[in-house]
Design a protein around this ligand. Structure first.
Ligand code: MLT
Length: 332
């Protein structure tokens, strides 16, 4: 085989360089102009069947239709949501890995000394999704019937009462901390990888109570599978009109709602973020999503909150607020 002359060699090198550039772009999927060209993984940092998973699957369908590719839910649970968030933080910043997370994004820095990511520096917010009320619910075998009876029973039997939550920094854990602080007692906490599995054991009577989002409790309450004691919002909610607020039950300090947002790794191109934010806005305006959320006690955020700017502002504020609350609680 005769060696190619100088002109032919240069042509070969040029062609190989061009091929290299194309392969590099394809491998990193980093061509924002053509985004999206492939399915998108959306990481849910809690178990399947729980409230975070439920909200994610509600918006994944209309977002997939808008983007023209599938949003594939990946449940990566553990450690109050920090395992899944950590995996998202180090994903390729090409728009093909998105994270759905909630208030736990803002509490983790104050709770985990060895947190593998910085919720603000390592991510770009895409937009807020919904803010979900919480309910205090008990197993059908649990003795108390009203919220007042629940308060007295827990205070008088703290050494034998068990409370489920989804790991340190999860919404159910935070609500539980507020509850214990207000009642002035410590009960036995039983951690799960999500309140999906926790609910199964609550219904089965293996654990006494938990504080969980209406997106996971409304159906069980309506079906009579669990006892409902109170909702953690200032006013009663339309989906559960007979459920009193914690304030009506004499505990105004137990007030918490779980805000949710979408994130991508920090280096993801802005054009990609815009595509995702636009698709999120379409999903939140979708009547099916509005109705599904209403049935489960919540609602999409307003359009001006489903933006990177509004999301970044809330995340900053909440990280500072929970840092102060948790720091004070730990004598910090
Ligand atoms: C879940 O999706 O399992 C919940 O969000 C867990 C929690 O934060 O309580």
């Amino acid at each position: 085989m005769t060696p190619a002359g100088p002109r032919k060699t240069a042509a070969y090198i040029g062609a190989l360089a061009g091929l290299g550039l194309i392969l590099a772009a394809c491998s990193s999927g980093a061509d924002p102009a053509a985004y999206p060209e492939d399915d998108i993984d959306i990481i849910v940092p809690f178990s399947a069947g729980g409230p975070t998973d439920t909200v994610t699957r509600m918006i994944a369908e209309p977002m997939s239709q808008e983007l023209g590719v599938q949003l594939v839910v990946q449940n990566v649970d553990g450690a109050g949501g920090t395992v899944g968030a950590g995996q998202a933080a180090t994903a390729e910043p090409d728009g093909y890995t998105v994270l759905m997370h909630h208030i736990g994004m803002s509490t983790a820095p104050a709770l985990y000394d060895d947190l593998a990511y910085d919720p603000i520096a390592d991510f770009k917010p895409v937009g807020l999704v919904t803010e979900v009320p919480m309910t205090i619910v008990g197993s059908s075998d649990f003795e108390p019937t009203t919220f007042e009876e629940f308060v007295s029973h827990v205070q008088e039997n703290a050494d034998t009462v068990t409370m489920a939550h989804a790991g340190e920094g999860s919404a159910s854990n935070l609500c539980g901390l507020l509850l214990m602080d207000a009642l002035g007692v410590e009960v036995t906490a039983v951690p799960y990888d999500g309140t999906g599995p926790a609910m199964a054991e609550l219904v089965g009577g293996q654990v006494d109570f938990m504080c969980d989002q209406t997106t996971n409790t409304t159906g069980q309450i309506e079906a009579g599978e669990v006892k409902a004691y109170a909702v953690t919002t200032p006013e009663r909610i339309e989906a559960l009109p007979d459920l009193p607020t914690t304030a009506e039950g004499g505990q105004p300090g137990i007030e918490v709602s779980v805000w949710h947002g979408l994130y991508v790794p920090a280096e993801t191109p802005d054009e990609v973020v815009t595509e995702l934010t636009d698709a999120l806005q379409v999903a939140l305006a979708d009547q099916t999503v509005v109705d599904q959320m209403a049935d489960l006690g919540t609602a999409p955020v307003a359009a001006d909150q489903a933006t990177p700017e509004a999301h970044a502002t809330l995340l900053q504020e909440q990280t500072e607020t929970w840092g102060d609350i948790i720091g004070a609680g730990q004598g910090g």
